[in-house]
Design a protein around this ligand. Structure first.
Ligand SMILES: [Ca+2]
Length: 305
């Protein structure tokens, strides 16, 4: 089987941890690199968390540390959702694996230019690293097959009324991506908020294998939803959209990022009715087939060891 070359840009993050774990073991995916960025917590912590996950699974996937702050804005983290460490709830111990010596932007450049075939980028955090990559090394764009990101929203936000966390954290970076000409698929908050696991699945997950045990421990500290209303599996939706696109409904449209300083800062304005008469620059997820998503989630966990 021909595998999909993939790079994950991330800020683990409890739902990031699930996405990274599944990508490591997915038979269709060749995970080449993990790059970290500040977001849910500081970049020191997100990098340590990525190393913890790689070590937990005995994997050799390289991890590169990225930007410690957004391009223009001041970082406002999300530790109230993911805990102080960003991955509270499971004792991973201190990882012995080391981060790559080069910055994430350099590692992205090297990996992209060194790849024979175009690579899929899966950002599940603020888009700072990739925006810098495209500005510093525009020649890398031609080596990106597509960007499939978790972020934005077709309706309202979670950080502010208008904006979703990943885009709100660094709207200027998001604008650079959406204006880059690279093919983008956006899996927004309104869709990922419907991709929930209920208590029944969490109970099942706990006893399935050691990855499930680890996830269940993290979920007990996760404030992205609740056991009653369901735990929101935001970031793994980006992976699902790459490997099982039929789990979602999509539309092509024009998306613009609001970078003004007003109340809509960080909003992803998707012109679904095509009122702006602009050329489409993105594919956006409209909905997720929740029951099928849950089945897929359990199948993925079975393969994650
Ligand atoms: Ca994330």
């Amino acid at each position: 089987m021909r595998k999909i070359p993939l790079i994950i840009d991330t800020d683990p993050g409890i739902d990031d941890a699930v996405a990274i774990s599944f990508a490591m073991f997915h038979p269709k995916v060749d995970l080449k690199l993990i790059t970290t960025v500040a977001g849910n917590v500081s970049v020191d912590k997100t990098t340590e968390n990525a190393l913890k996950l790689v070590e937990f699974f005995g994997s050799d996937i390289p991890v590169a540390r990225g930007c410690q702050e957004p391009l223009l804005k001041t970082l406002e983290d999300s530790s109230e959702i993911h805990g102080e460490s960003g991955m509270d709830g499971f004792d991973f111990g201190t990882p012995t694996r080391k981060v790559l010596p080069e910055h994430a932007v350099e590692a992205l450049r090297k990996t992209l230019l060194g790849s024979e075939e175009p690579v899929t980028l899966m950002p599940i955090a603020a888009l700072t690293n990739i925006a810098l990559l495209f500005k510093l090394y525009p020649e890398t764009k031609s080596k990106v097959k597509e960007i499939v990101l978790m972020g934005g929203s077709l309706s309202r936000g979670n950080t502010t009324t208008a904006a979703e966390f990943n885009i709100f954290t660094d709207p200027e970076a998001a604008a650079i991506l959406f204006e880059s000409g690279v093919k983008i698929t956006m899996i927004g908050l309104d869709v990922t908020s419907r991709a929930v696991l209920m208590q029944k699945e969490v109970e099942q997950i706990k006893t399935m294998n050691r990855a499930g045990e680890m996830f269940a421990a993290l979920f007990s500290h996760y404030r992205g939803g609740s056991m009653k209303t369901g735990l929101k599996m935001h970031d793994v939706c980006a992976l699902a959209a790459i490997v099982e696109p039929e789990l979602f409904d999509f539309a092509d449209t024009f998306v613009e990022i609001e970078t003004g300083k007003g109340p809509a800062n960080g909003a992803t304005v998707a012109d679904l009715k095509m009122k702006y008469h602009r050329e489409t620059n993105s594919t956006v997820a409209l909905d997720v087939h929740v029951e099928k998503f849950r089945e897929w989630f359990l199948e993925m966990l079975e393969q994650t060891k």
